[in-house]
Design a protein. Structure first.
Length: 230
């Protein structure tokens, strides 16, 4: 390519607003849920906590959200770091080129755009964190846990992940999801004599982000139980 061709290409790129960014490594074994999604004034992250950061990058935002006990993070508008507890609804994918604002902390990386957000999540179900314990009968007269706190969420999207994160924030080591609608957190294992039932009874479905499909979220009076193992 000649110098003239290169100059013409650069001029054309600037005219079209095209810019290439490097892909930043995301720390703490977090995963990228969306390279660019549509945000709105009501926010797509549940429990959204937004800060404007002079040295914002995807990696620094993830580290901040993780340190504050959040399981979701997003960068937007160059200098915004968003931390959340879950997703309000299914993510609406935007073209990757919409996330065209350079990070205030490092201009080599993109940090979203105008109402465009890059979203990351803590992989709560990966080995070394929470381990599935089985499908346990749970009725009002014979509860699986002797003591527990209950959480409900604005959406069932990624429900198990939302529940595990809620229990982590509560400082509790056992979690249970029931009938795709209720999350229970406990500091102790299911009671002695709790009945473990066939996994076919824990088949209520919750949607996963994007095109990932569905996951099982307990059943009617059936609790899908998880234990914090690391």
């Amino acid at each position: 390519m000649t110098a003239i061709h290169l100059t013409a290409l650069l001029v054309l790129s600037f005219a079209l607003g095209v810019r290439s960014f490097l892909a930043q490594s995301i720390p703490l074994n977090w995963t990228t849920l969306s390279v660019c999604a549509v945000d709105n004034p009501a926010r797509i992250l549940a429990g959204d906590a937004t800060t404007q950061v002079a040295n914002n990058t995807p990696a620094s935002c993830v580290a901040t959200c993780a340190a504050d006990g959040f399981g979701y993070a997003g960068v937007e508008f160059g200098n915004e770091c968003h931390c959340g507890t879950g997703l309000v609804d299914a993510l609406q994918t935007a073209p990757a080129t919409d996330c065209n604002m350079a990070c205030t902390g490092d201009g080599d990386f993109a940090c979203g755009g105008a109402w465009r957000i890059q979203v990351y999540s803590f992989p709560a179900l990966r080995p070394g964190s929470w381990a599935y314990q089985g499908c346990i009968a749970d009725a009002p007269t014979t509860p699986a846990f002797s003591t527990f706190t209950t959480h409900t969420f604005a959406t069932t999207l990624d429900f198990v992940n939302q529940c595990l994160q809620a229990c982590s924030r509560d400082g509790l080591t056992f979690a249970g999801v029931e009938d795709a609608s209720v999350c229970q957190c406990s500091g102790a294992a299911p009671v002695t004599g709790a009945q473990r039932v066939d996994e076919a009874e824990c088949t209520s479905l919750c949607p996963l982000p994007g095109d990932a499909g569905f996951e099982f979220c307990g059943g009617v009076e059936r609790l899908g139980v998880y234990k914090l193992v690391g």
